[in-house]
Design a protein around this ligand. Structure first.
Ligand code: ADP
Ligand code: MG
Length: 426
């Protein structure tokens, strides 16, 4: 057929100048070209965009790419190879710009169109597709946002269901892509988009150029300073430090500045203009450290982040995996360190060592520690009653995974995730 491996390889060379496909790419492209809705899970930097770009070139109609952030759309539009005519619809455009794009779309001049999920509220937009069969493919980028189980869940993404995309818009096929993947999230996304379980393409979620380490710390700010002053962190130019609270990020970045380490904090309490400025300073290597909450990083286009440090435990394993994925996108050896609070560790350990695992006590403590530091006994009890809730289970998962591994003994290497060696520097 036209889309033989050989022809796709030729197309790759012609449009992108590359000589071979990376893991998962050819497989994903072929699935889509067969009209099979597919879930593609590859780590950040693995080349997911190229999959829909090549598919879009071969498919007869239009490819819609749904993206959660305007900055992401602009970035992806910019990176389209010249052979693909692309367009973008977003709320910050003028009416003229939008109608110009819609005109090109209806004239069949666009191959790829980037839109936000809110666009599907627009009846005029919907009718373009519902009255035609011009839509070959819908790409749901950052597809984990579809799932309520995900830490990045977006209500506007709930709209993205197979009944809308395939049913009303007549999309030939759906390609969901993400770097984040707990089983729970994947199941949920695949269910919403009606992607059969056989159509999942997934590779290791953590790149092997990332060196992961965990330490138990009784004084995290002191240990953080020591870490930053020791090899290899000492020589690393660009570092992200993740914290749980906005106040922590401000406090730590000030502390670093006082110690002659150029740094600024980044969180959603900072005005958008200033946040952009922080990101620019960081990306242009004018500032060494960003101290941030979970708000920082999506769509970050910096390939040489040398280290990601977790000052606080992330809320879930998938959040952890996504955040460390921002290190070493250039393929160079990069370092990810997580501080495990001393007090948390010892309390949890004693609970786990009491006759059998006292699940109730562990959960109660986890609530106390991770939901908030200042809860009344009553509040804790009610939280424990809710302990079957989704979010809670994910926090529990990351803590218990780390803990159980630390429990394996005074070993130097622990396994945080399958196939990954984690140096434990207790
Ligand atoms: P992702 O979306 O998975 O994070 P991108 O699509 O942004 O990754 O791709 C990361 C980088 O890898 C880009 O610079 C892209 O051009 C490059 N890339 C993609 N596919 C290949 C390939 N087959 N060979 C070499 N480089 C590739
Ligand atoms: Mg991408």
């Amino acid at each position: 057929s036209e889309a033989s491996d050989e022809n796709l390889l030729k197309l790759l060379k012609l449009t992108h100048g590359y000589d071979s496909f990376k893991d998962g790419q050819l497989e994903a492209i072929k699935m889509v070209l067969l009209g099979k809705s597919t879930m593609l899970v590859l780590p950040t930097g693995a080349g997911k965009s190229l999959c829909y770009q090549l598919a879009a070139l071969v498919l007869p109609g239009v490819t819609l790419v749904v993206s959660p952030l305007v900055a992401l759309m602009i970035d992806q539009l910019k990176h389209l190879p010249s052979a693909i005519r692309g367009g973008l619809l977003c709320s910050s455009q003028t009416m003229e710009e939008a109608s110009e794009t819609l005109r090109s779309l209806q004239e069949g001049a666009l191959k790829v169109l980037f839109v936000s999920p809110e666009r599907f509220l627009n009846a005029e937009f919907i009718s373009i597709f519902s009255s035609s069969s011009m839509l070959s493919l819908v790409v749901v980028d950052e597809a984990h946002c579809v799932s309520e189980w995900s830490h990045n869940f977006r209500p506007s993404y709930m709209r993205l269901r197979a009944s809308l995309l395939r049913g009303r818009l007549n999309a030939g096929c759906i390609l969901a892509i993400t770097a984040t993947a707990t089983t729970q999230t994947l199941c949920d996304v695949m269910h919403s988009l009606e992607i059969p379980s056989t159509n999942l393409i997934q590779s290791a979620t953590i790149r092997d150029n990332l060196h992961l380490s965990v330490s138990i710390s009784g004084n995290r700010i002191k240990d953080l300073m020591a870490l930053l002053k020791s090899s290899p962190f000492l020589d690393i130019k660009s570092i992200i430090i993740y914290c749980k609270f906005q106040s922590e990020t401000d406090m730590i970045s000030k502390y670093l500045c006082d110690n002659n380490i150029s740094s600024k904090s980044y969180h959603s309490g900072i005005p958008a203009k200033d946040r952009t400025r922080v990101q620019e300073l960081f990306c242009s290597n004018k500032m060494r450290v960003v101290v941030a909450t979970v708000a920082f990083g999506m769509g970050l286009d910096k390939r040489d982040v040398g280290a990601v440090i977790h000052y606080s435990l992330p809320e879930s394993l998938e959040e952890y995996v996504q955040e460390i994925g921002r290190a070493g996108r250039d393929g160079r050896l990069s370092y990810c360190h997580l501080f495990f609070d001393d007090a948390i560790y010892f309390k949890l350990r004693s609970l786990m060592h009491s006759d059998g695992v006292d699940e109730y006590a562990v959960k109660k403590l986890l609530c106390q520690i991770f939901m908030s530091d200042k809860l009344s006994a009553e509040e804790i009890c009610s939280l424990v009653k809710e302990s079957a809730s989704r979010k809670f289970d994910m926090k529990e998962e990351v803590i218990l995974t780390i803990l159980t591994q630390l429990e394996l003994g005074e070993v130097q290497y622990i396994h945080l995730l399958p196939q990954i060696n984690v140096t434990c520097t207790i």
